[in-house]
Each structure stands twice: as C-alpha cells, then as structure tokens.
Design a protein. Structure first.
Length: 230
C-alpha cells in the first residue's frame, strides 16, 4: 500500500486563491515581504484588488491561507465518530502533513518567507497552538474523565513530532514520505501507552494488562470496548 492510499486528501482551495498564493510567494521571494504591496500581488495573480480582499484579509493571510482550510477540515474529521480517539488525532496529523507534502516546492517557498519575517514567525507559533488546542479539546470531549495533563501532553507530543518531520521536508530538497511521520507517531503512542493493540477473542473472563503510563481514561475505554463485545 502506498503512503497516501489510506489518507483522504484535504480539499484544495479554489483556483483563484491558489493563483494569488503562488503569485504572492513569487513576489515575496523576489523583492521581500515588506516591499510587496497588495496591488502588486493582485496584478501578478490577474485579479482585482477587491477580489483579493474578498479572499484574504491581508498579505499575511496569503501565507497562512492553507492552514485555515486544513483546520476547518480537521474540525469536521474530528467531529465524526472514532472508535479510538488517540488514533483519530494521529490520523488528523497525517492528513495535515500529506496536504503540505503534496506540493513541497510551494511549502518550501512559504517556509523561506516565514523564517525571514518576525511577525510571520510569531503568527506561525500561534497557528501551531491552534492545532494543539484542537487536538486537546477533542481528546477531552471524546474521553470523559481524561486527565487534562494527558490530553494536553498527547496533543503537544503529536504536534511537536509532526512539526519536526515537516521541517525535515521544508529544510531539504528530498521527499520525506508520510510513512516517516506515521512511524514516529506510532512509536509516540507506544511510549505514551495508548498504542493500538490486538483485541483478542471475547470471553466470559477478561484479563487485561496495560502500561503504567497509559492514562486511566484510556484504560476505561479499552475495558468498555472489550466488555461491550462480549
């Protein structure tokens, strides 16, 4: 099975938005972010100034346009029913990575612009926090009784690993397949004590052994899963 076979793609923005983003990044790279005006971006993209502002609030919104699309997609994905909430967070991270890895050249150009503008770097930090908070909120809602420390810890762990692998892609010129991230996240789940294990055959007697690091709420979820299948 290929890396992307089991991961649905996040819908791409409209063609006009994509054209604006590509034009803006070309100008930012050539003459600098601060030296580029909205009028120049609109002209290069072949759209009017009013069309630009209908699609984006400003130049910085062009840089982070994909994140708004991705976050909205993840909210919908996580609002669905998932048998294993921890695995759902892992899969959400994989979807994000696949989206940006689908066009690595564009992602690298965006990264180069962001790293040179302090205000954009600060907004990037805020954006990362939004992903963490989304995962944190989802886990708390999906696993009633979960210790908040476990929720925020796992959300931060997944986000940090995701960003580390993504930076490998952005800072180099080689393809970094999604399988690299998948293996890293699976290992993190094992270390956190929430890796997906074999269910085994149901019986009148259930004997369970769990890692000491596994959150109590996850122990309860797995026991309920076994008992419900008896």
């Amino acid at each position: 099975m290929s890396d992307t076979a089991a991961i649905p793609a996040i819908p791409a923005p409209a063609d006009t938005r994509t054209a604006v983003v590509e034009a803006a990044l070309e100008l930012f790279s050539a003459q600098g972010f601060d030296q580029t005006s909205v009028e120049q971006i609109a002209q290069a993209a072949g759209v009017s100034r009013s069309t630009f502002f209908r699609q984006f609030g400003g130049k910085d919104d062009v840089i982070f346009a994909d994140h708004e699309v991705v976050l909205e997609h993840l909210r919908g994905f996580l609002s669905e029913t998932h048998a294993n909430p921890w695995l759902a967070v892992r899969d959400a991270s994989l979807r994000v990575y696949q989206h940006f890895a689908a066009d690595p050249d564009l992602a690298r150009r965006r990264y180069q612009v962001v790293r040179t503008v302090p205000a954009l770097r600060e907004r990037e930090i805020v954006t990362v926090v939004r992903y963490e908070r989304l995962f944190d909120d989802y886990l708390r809602a999906a696993l009633p009784g979960l210790d908040p420390i476990d929720a925020v810890g796992f959300a931060a762990l997944v986000t940090a690993i995701h960003n580390h692998v993504l930076r490998q892609l952005l800072r180099g010129d080689q393809h970094v397949p999604v399988s690299v991230l998948r293996r890293a996240l699976d290992d993190a789940m094992r270390r956190f004590g929430v890796a997906e294990g074999d269910a085994g055959a149901p019986d009148d007697l259930v004997v369970a052994a769990f890692p000491r690091t596994m959150p109590t709420a996850e122990v309860a979820r797995r026991l309920r899963e076994q008992l419900d299948g008896r």
